[in-house]
Design a protein around this ligand. Structure first.
Ligand SMILES: Nc1ncnc2c1ncn2[C@@H]1O[C@H](COP(=O)(O)OP(=O)(O)OP(=O)(O)O)[C@@H](O)[C@H]1O
Ligand code: SF4
Ligand SMILES: [Mg+2]
Length: 370
């Protein structure tokens, strides 16, 4: 079942608008991101380097992930997805805002204080090969978390590693092999086994299947779904591929230039996208259903993604938006329910897309129909 998203009525979303968490109790929320901003300084100069600007990688993002559910995070390259994930995992300090994990404020904790949280939050990356040391045996690689957190030693560790290998579909007898002896899909299973070792509560999957063949993608996605069921895992799932996100997510957040443009239960966002950027992304994605494919008019966005160092005024999407009007560059749109949508489906757009609207025809000068 798609889950509701958006902060509880006690916590405003990024724009200060309250958005109810319909039917979700506070104790059922595992991750709460409140107004998180992450800027990276841009430095220039010779010997004495000074800060000449800020990369606004993530800007005032608020969202929640209910326990046992999957939040899909989509957006073009550079929109801030991985940075947001790293803020949630505590891998980079946030510039402002708060991250609440399992009811506890974990914002910018010291390494030591973060240690128990690290066990509960694991990551799986796009390219498992680059994160697997080629000179170490997979048994040792999968067993790293046990060693780091000193939870199992000797024969007990080996037994648990082999159990994990079996659970993720690897042959436990391959314990002594090296990463190069495994296929791409098997290597991703090694990454999954390592992430699973300490029985985390949250797994952040950053493009986990993007580098794999389509047939292998499905196997890894099915494995992730099985593990979620068996262990009650919660996922933050990042992907470019909208069909993959649709397949795995209960709710979806669409990012553009560091901000959330649209957020809501999966089917609401896919069936009635309100933000023109969401509509454009969906129009470009191959639809599994031929009727949907035929009904979709492809909206080609013109222009490059602007720099996050100097983002556009008002709505950050306005230089590329087929529906842009003067107000869009003057006033930042609020992230709120549009056109009578449920309180859990919010979009940051002054002129939201209506059901059946031909967006490609909205401003022919800015978009092309193919
Ligand atoms: N350590 C860093 N220092 C400076 N800028 C950074 C750093 N990490 C990320 N950025 C910048 O922040 C912005 C967001 O990057 P991020 O990697 O989060 O995007 P992304 O949505 O994950 O992109 P992709 O889909 O390509 O993985 C980009 O402009 C990027 O160049
Ligand atoms: S606010 Fe304006 S520019 Fe931004 S997405 Fe909506 S219509 Fe487009
Ligand atoms: Mg990324």
């Amino acid at each position: 079942m798609p889950a509701s998203t958006g902060p509880a009525d006690t916590a405003p979303v990024s724009t200060g608008q309250p958005v109810a968490l319909e039917g979700i109790l506070e104790e059922d929320v595992l991750v709460r991101v409140e107004h998180v901003t992450k800027h990276f300084p841009v430095r220039a100069g010779g010997l004495i380097r000074r800060t000449v600007g800020q990369v606004q990688a993530v800007d005032d993002v608020s969202l929640v992930i209910p326990r046992g559910k999957t939040l899909g995070l989509v957006g073009e390259t550079g929109s801030g997805k991985s940075t947001l994930a790293r803020c949630v995992a505590g891998l980079v300090p946030v510039t402002s805002g708060r991250v609440i994990f399992d009811g506890r404020d974990v914002t910018n904790l010291s390494r030591r204080a973060m240690r128990p949280v690290r066990r509960d939050v694991q990551m799986i990356f796009q390219d498992p090969y680059s994160s697997l040391n080629p000179r170490r045996r997979v048994g040792a690689i999968i067993g790293d978390p046990f060693a780091i957190h000193r939870t199992a030693t000797g024969g007990e560790r080996k037994r648990r590693i082999q159990e994990l290998m079996e659970r993720v579909g690897l042959n436990p007898e391959h314990y002594n092999r090296f990463p190069a002896e495994f296929s791409g899909g098997q290597r991703q299973r090694i990454g999954v086994a390592r992430a699973l070792a300490l029985r985390p509560k949250l797994i952040i999957c950053d493009e986990p299947v993007s580098a794999l063949d389509v047939s292998i993608q499905a196997q890894v996605l099915n494995l992730l779904a099985d593990l979620q069921q068996d262990y009650g895992l919660t996922y933050l799932f990042i992907a470019h591929d909208l069909e993959v996100v649709r397949h795995v997510s209960d709710s979806v957040a669409v990012m553009y230039l560091g901000r959330i443009g649209e957020l809501g239960p999966r089917d609401d966002v896919y069936d009635t996208p309100r933000h023109p950027y969401t509509a454009a992304l969906l129009s470009a994605a191959p639809a599994a259903d031929p009727d949907t494919a035929a009904a979709r008019q492809r909206i080609i966005l013109t222009g490059d993604v602007p720099s996050p160092i100097d983002p556009p005024s008002g709505c950050r999407f306005h230089p590329r938006c087929p529906k842009a009007r003067p107000l869009c560059s003057e006033q930042e749109p609020q992230l709120e329910p549009r056109l009578g949508d449920a309180p859990t489906h919010v979009a940051a757009c002054h002129f939201p897309v209506e059901a059946g609207e031909d967006l490609a025809a909205a401003a022919p000068a800015r978009s092309e129909v193919s």
